[in-house]
Design a protein around this ligand. Structure first.
Ligand SMILES: [Zn+2]
Length: 135
């Protein structure tokens, strides 16, 4: 199972540990559709929470590469600066919300602010970085 675009209508069908979170009439999603307002609030919460983690660890609103560090920490890697009890708790919730929505948040250089990105797209960006966070 992985994310794909419907071959009939082109709709993105996003896979997540909770099942397909988006779909279409040909491939109905596995999880109930999340109302747009709730989805938007959850994404804003994700951005705010990553910002708080960044502030706590680096006294910066969006420490360069924080989304990579937080992602690695969410998946069990030990990261200096992300060892606070409150941060660990926040990361656990971030992972649950990210899994459920099928998105992660990252710094979008084109718009100059954090935006959500489908997890499938994010993982490719993250892997291409090979753990480096220098830009
Ligand atoms: Zn379709």
């Amino acid at each position: 199972m992985s994310s794909f675009n419907c071959e009939h209508c082109g709709a993105p069908c996003l896979d997540s540990p909770a099942g397909y979170t988006t779909g279409c009439e040909h491939y109905p999603p596995d999880v109930p559709k999340i109302p747009d307002i709730i989805r938007q609030c959850l994404i804003e919460w994700m951005v705010q929470t990553v910002q708080e983690i960044s502030e706590d660890g680096w006294a910066a609103t969006w420490y360069s590469g924080i989304e990579h560090l937080a992602w690695d920490a969410m998946h069990g890697k030990k990261i200096d600066g992300l060892h606070f009890y409150s941060t660990k708790r926040a990361l656990r919730k971030l992972k649950e919300v990210s899994d459920y929505l099928g998105v992660w948040v990252h710094w979008d250089k084109k718009v100059g602010e954090p935006r959500s990105i489908p997890v499938g797209v994010w993982v490719k960006i993250h892997e291409a970085k090979g753990g480096r966070i220098d830009d």
